[in-house]
Design a protein around this ligand. Structure first.
Ligand SMILES: NC(=O)c1ccc[n+]([C@@H]2O[C@H](COP(=O)([O-])OP(=O)(O)OC[C@H]3O[C@@H](n4cnc5c(N)ncnc54)[C@H](O)[C@@H]3O)[C@@H](O)[C@H]2O)c1
Ligand SMILES: N[C@H](C(=O)O)[C@H](O)COP(=O)(O)O
Length: 332
């Protein structure tokens, strides 16, 4: 029997609940469990053209449930208006995540797929500790020292695959350079290399590595991180057999002929790599956390408060993330 995939429906004021309903109405083959306040799903059904009665009829999830669609009902902390954040629902958002993580760790769920949450409102709720994102939260909750965020999607007429992994994730730009140490970069590259092999079937992956500074430091005239940190790590890993290209200037490495030389790009920071990927693939991209002991995929977009409750948000990314989670879960 296929284990169900846990779908965390995310920030209740965002588009996650309505996209999750649309996901359930799509042509999914793997059983899914929607982790959500059921009443919220019933209220959002209409905006995506689904009858409230249909949503109300989805069975309650219980362990061993073999329904294609079921609901694990977790009540919100406060009533919710689409588009209006309420810190009183932040604990609810984390409760969805905690239940999914626990179920993945125990083997109850095959994988978890996360609809978007709002990092700001979780921090506004002051629940204790800084919340930087799913990626970091999952690492902490699974006692994983280092994980890697990778987004992937198809682009262009030929539907080529672009994968962009990040050496640093959600931190202020002023802290990026110090966060890229030889140790962290080496671990990131090892995780990326190993998961490209094991999860994506690339026996000898080629990774294109971006420089940190403009023009990859211009031989040390525009920053020394390439010379002092990045190049020595790349040389060390090349000597161990990894195929690494770079460090290349980030402004030109995304040109198609260069991109075609590798299987993935390692960008040094969030807004070096993700704007390019989202420009090329937005709405169909997938976010995957590499290096975790469980499988987690997600969408390539946020809570879109401006669209919540309108039914106008695109569901393609959530469907793609769920399909990939099902594929990865089938191979474990
Ligand atoms: N996986 C996640 O949980 C995740 C991912 C990205 C951003 N976020 C969070 O979401 C919040 C809002 O972020 P933001 O405003 O920068 O980005 P956003 O992706 O929510 O919105 C950016 C723009 O894209 C549009 N958009 C987003 N998703 C769409 C969809 N499915 N279909 C059509 N249009 C869509 C929005 O309407 C908006 O115009 C922030 O708190 C951010 O941290 C969460
Ligand atoms: N960096 C992600 C993006 O831009 O799509 C997003 O913030 C989600 O990150 P988490 O999966 O860590 O929440």
């Amino acid at each position: 029997m296929q284990r169900p995939l846990a779908i965390t429906t995310g920030e209740p004021a965002g588009i996650g609940p309505e996209l999750s309903i649309q996901l359930a109405q799509s042509n999914i083959r793997n059983p899914i469990v929607l982790l959500a306040d059921r009443q919220l799903l019933i209220e959002r059904a209409d905006c995506v053209g689904v009858s409230a009665a249909d949503v109300a009829a989805w069975p309650d999830y219980e362990v061993g449930c073999d329904a294609l669609i079921s609901v694990l009902d977790i009540p919100m902390g406060a009533p919710c208006v689409a588009g209006e954040l309420n810190p009183n629902n932040a604990a609810y958002v984390l409760a969805l995540l905690d239940r999914a993580i626990d179920g993945c760790v125990s083997g109850e769920f095959g994988a978890m797929v996360t609809a978007p949450l709002h990092k700001g409102v979780i921090n506004d709720a002051k629940l204790g500790g800084y919340f930087s994102g799913h990626t970091e939260y999952l690492a902490e909750r699974t006692n994983t020292q280092q994980v890697v965020m990778m987004l992937a999607g198809q682009y262009g007429h030929e539907q080529k695959m672009m994968r962009v992994a990040l050496a640093t994730t959600h931190l202020p730009l002023k802290d990026v350079a110090n966060a890229i140490t030889a140790e962290s970069l080496e671990t990131t590259l090892r995780i990326l290399h190993q998961d490209l092999q094991q999860q994506f079937g690339l026996s000898n992956p080629k990774i294109i590595v971006a420089g940190l500074n403009p023009h990859a430091g211009e031989s040390g005239h525009m920053g020394r991180e390439e010379i002092d940190v990045i190049i020595p790590v790349l040389n060390q890993l090349r000597a161990q057999g990894m195929q690494l290209i770079g460090p290349l200037p980030a402004d030109t490495l995304f040109n198609p002929p260069i991109l075609a030389q590798g299987d993935a790009v390692l960008a040094m920071y969030h807004d070096q790599g993700l704007p390019v990927l989202k420009f090329a693939t937005f709405g169909a991209g997938i976010n995957i956390t590499l290096g975790l002991p469980i499988i987690r995929t997600s969408v390539d977009h946020g809570t879109a408060l401006d669209l919540a409750g309108t039914g106008q948000a695109e569901v393609g990314s959530l469907i793609s993330a769920t399909q990939l989670a099902a594929t990865l879960a089938a191979h474990t």
